[in-house]
Design a protein around this ligand. Structure first.
Ligand code: ZN
Length: 183
């Protein structure tokens, strides 16, 4: 287990479309890919993220991990147990949207207001190679859209409609967090 180096904005790996994983690579529980998934989880926890996509640790393959558990950046969100998803695809994006202040380990210190679908259909495989099919809602839907964007070379800045709503974390806390209503 190891904490991996996180690729920051400007690193071309973040702008590539990630390669599909051959599910056979998941078969060996002590195999290289399983170790890599463990390292992704370690890295996400160490860096205080709620999700991490493989391109963010310099590997352009379709794997994401997520976990929400007493996260400092998102103290009010419902917990999500640690999850690894392989070759995830989202579809059936709801027209209903939610606005939220997102952050990203590849854009450390920035927060930006992003509109996302309130619910999405997820099709993927878990780390044992079992099919996953579910409708995700709430914060989970937002985190999935953010992480799976990384597999398509996108970051949350690309989803922002108004760049005046981009802030450093410190200014976010000072000027935006305390407001009763988010614009
Ligand atoms: Zn991110």
């Amino acid at each position: 287990m190891a904490v991996l180096k996180v690729a920051k904005l400007g690193n071309p790996v973040l702008r590539r479309v990630a390669k599909q994983v051959d599910l056979k690579e998941l078969a060996d529980p002590k195999g290289e890919l399983q170790n890599f998934i463990d390292d992704m989880i370690d890295t996400m926890r160490q860096e205080g993220g709620v999700g991490l996509a493989a391109p963010q640790v310099n590997r352009s393959i379709q794997v994401v991990v997520l976990e929400v558990e007493n996260n400092e950046r998102y103290p009010d969100e419902a917990p999500i147990p640690v999850t690894a998803l392989v070759n995830p695809v989202l579809s059936d994006f709801s027209e209903e949207t939610v606005l939220g202040w997102e952050s990203c380990l590849s854009l450390i210190d920035f927060r930006g207001l992003v509109s996302r679908s309130a619910s999405v259909m997820l099709n993927a495989y878990d780390r044992e190679g079992n099919k996953v099919e579910k409708r995700a809602t709430g914060f989970e839907a937002v985190v999935l859209q953010h992480e799976i964007d990384h597999l398509n070379g996108k970051v949350f800045l690309d989803r922002m409609e108004d760049l005046t709503q981009l802030a450093y974390q410190e200014e976010f806390e000072e000027f935006w967090l305390k407001k009763d209503s988010v614009p």
